[in-house]
Design a protein around this ligand. Sequence first.
Ligand code: C2E
Ligand code: CA
Ligand code: CA
Ligand code: CA
Length: 281
Amino acid sequence: AKAAGRNTYQFFTKNMNEAVSRRMHIEQALRQAIKQREFVLHYQPVVSLSNGEIIGAEALIRWQHPSKGLIYPDSFIEVAEEAGLIEPIGQWVIEQACADLKHWQSLGLALQVAVNVSSRQCKQTSKTPIKDIIKEALKDNDISPSNLKVEITESLLMDNSQEMMTTLQDIRDLGVAIYMDDFGTGYSSLSYLKHFPIDVMKIDRSFIAGSIDDKTDASLVEAVVLIGHSLSLKLVGEGIETKQHYDYLRSLGCDYGQGYFISKPIMSSEFITLCQQVGRL
Ligand code: C2E
Ligand code: CA
Ligand code: CA
Ligand code: CA
């Protein structure tokens, strides 16, 4: 029994070492990626559910690795946050999104972009406060603040409420709206809606996915739409994968939607083509 115990222990430490070294490897590669500018933004169209018109897009980061190909954010954002690299990466996201917005505007496209922001980017002690990064990016690209949106998650609000409140208020004072992402997952608390300056709620795709077959999920989606509207917030339904999902959210009066049924996240050039095809140029 003793031997087995020791083996288990060795097995455990071996795996732990592997996890640590894997993490260090990703961290090293991420530092390189920042220097070599290996990131790209893809855009997932957001439509108005009342008339199907594209109103803008959510910017989603990808890592174009020189040998491994396209890497998705779930594989590196967490490491970037823990390694203190999310600030430079997040700054690049904001600047690139504004540069792309400017390009679209030059083509006559009046669109909005939503960027995802981690709690680490919202610390008041940051080298450059996020409100200054946003302000600069808007100014440099001649973008109206109403065309940029910032998506945060509920876990960010849990982190350090007072600090986050100040940061969100600063961003909002610039004229940039705040979206609450993945609403209904994790540490959901309705009191966040009351205390924080939120403009839009994004209903998490897990509820949308379940809403057709599962009565509980459907009830939750309906309740979230009612709560949102009664607080004068707009709602975005995420993860619309079928016409059924689309029609259902539309019937509930959900304002906006995004998901594979409408379009997967695509390159900026493809997004422009899509907007041209549907007559927005
Ligand atoms: P998110 O903000 O909830 O973004 C939505 C995710 O759902 C995206 O995955 C998108 O590709 C995927 N998605 C969209 N429509 C559908 C659908 O109909 N069905 C399904 N199954 N999935 C759909 P992605 O791009 O892999 O991003 C994953 C997460 O990584 C994002 O979740 C967000 O939390 C984070 N992320 C992405 N870009 C950034 C960024 O620039 N900064 C930060 N801090 N986080 C980011
Ligand atoms: Ca998001
Ligand atoms: Ca989401
Ligand atoms: Ca998410």
